[in-house]
Design a binder for this molecule. Structure first.
Ligand code: TXA
Ligand code: MG
Length: 352
């Protein structure tokens, strides 16, 4: 076990972080999406220690973070269509797959011929990338299978004793991981939806597809375009069930399901919009933001899922958002957290 320091980002702590990265150690740092667990992307041993610290399967590739576009030259080819996207959305929550060059060790890409490239916009991430001058390979800084950490507190919970330093940058703005876009196979395809939406990408690129497995489980024998989609993900310990339907029905159904679960002796709660908190006040409501603002739900979702674990909730009933705009990213994560268990509110209310 080593001692894990959590430090605010100052000139001194950033220099210490840079020194650690240059000597093959891991450093966790904030980005605008979620916290990342970083290593020098050009150092195989350091990259392998990311997999060990997270308990991550070796066949799930990492994202490489850069400070400026000129770094791409040594690392990858730039696919058609990437330039205008980089111009518009970098720095920001968009990750683009690019054919890799030999400088990137195969451990980073799990042997794939493409490397996922991202230029984060968070000032601490940018300053770290600038000071260390390295491309940084970084997955989300959670133990594999846990929701991604949106504050240094959750990074510490998962990585305590395993890494020397966590740079603290407060709560992450977006709250969900970046959009992962594949431009290397014909029609541009979103492998993982995020803060940069399909609609935003289409304004620049024209038609964009969404990988089939974004809103459903993989079919038997189906190959995941993005290896990360294969794994049980974003799961709290308790069982999450989603409830869809007319707004008033959903609120009544959540109430009914939660009361019944408690009568059966389970610790149960609901995840609901701010607007429904008072109607569900006797159901341990967890606020998932405004019904009118899916970005607020994105911002709070992982924090809420983590809290449910801390509270030991066993049965969790949640509202859903329309799967459009940022809502697509929310439903991708929420769907996986619920193992795609979904009830219709009217069906729930019809059972007496
Ligand atoms: O917002 C984010 O993207 C955060 C912050 C830290 O930058 N990072 C992050 O990394 O979420 P991670 O490792 O948790 O998720 C990376 C996803 C995985 O689903 C992985 O399978 C996919 O990107 N991916 C990475 N390289 C890929 C490649 N070459 N081909 C297909 N999918 C890839
Ligand atoms: Mg992750």
């Amino acid at each position: 076990m080593i001692t894990t320091q959590v430090l605010p980002a100052t000139k001194e702590s950033l220099e210490e972080a840079s020194r650690l990265l240059h000597t093959g150690e891991l450093v966790a740092f904030p980005t605008e999406t979620v916290y990342g667990l970083g290593a020098n992307a050009l150092d195989r041993e350091a990259v392998l220690s990311i997999f060990a610290a997270k308990g991550r399967p070796a066949d799930n590739p990492l994202i490489v973070h850069i400070y400026e576009e000129s770094q791409l030259e040594d690392l990858c080819e730039i696919p058609k269509g990437a330039r205008p996207l980089m111009e518009k959305f970098w720095p920001g929550p968009l990750t683009i797959l690019m054919p890799k060059k030999d400088t990137i060790p195969p451990e980073v890409t799990a042997g794939l011929p493409t490397v996922a490239m991202r230029m984060p916009s968070h000032p601490v991430a940018r300053e770290l990338l600038r000071v260390c001058g390295l491309p940084i390979a970084a997955p989300s800084a959670n133990r594999s299978g846990k929701p991604s950490p949106t504050s240094s507190h959750y990074v510490y919970q998962d990585m305590q004793g395993q890494i020397p330093l966590i740079l603290d940058g407060g709560d992450c703005d977006v709250g969900l991981e970046s959009t992962v876009l594949d431009l290397t196979h014909g029609t541009p395809t979103i492998l993982r939806p995020g803060g940069v939406t399909k609609e935003m990408l289409e304004e620049v690129l024209g038609p964009v597809e969404v990988a089939g497995s974004v809103l459903r489980p993989l079919k038997q024998g189906e190959v995941a375009l993005s290896p990360g989609m294969r794994y049980r993900h974003y799961s709290p310990e308790g069982e999450v069930t989603l409830v869809q339907g007319e707004e008033a029905d959903v609120v009544s159904a959540l109430h009914k399901l939660c009361r019944e679960a408690e009568e059966d002796g389970h610790s149960a709660c609901v995840m609901c919009f701010t607007e429904h908190l008072s109607q569900l006040s006797d159901c341990h409501p967890h606020d998932i933001g405004s019904i009118h603002d899916p970005a607020s739900t994105a911002h709070r979702l992982f924090d809420t899922l983590r809290r449910l674990d801390d509270e030991g909730m066993k049965l969790i009933f949640s509202e859903v958002v329309p799967a459009e705009g940022v809502g697509l990213a929310v439903m991708n994560r929420l769907g996986r957290a619920a193992a795609f268990r979904m009830l219709s509110a009217s069906d729930v209310l019809a059972v007496t």
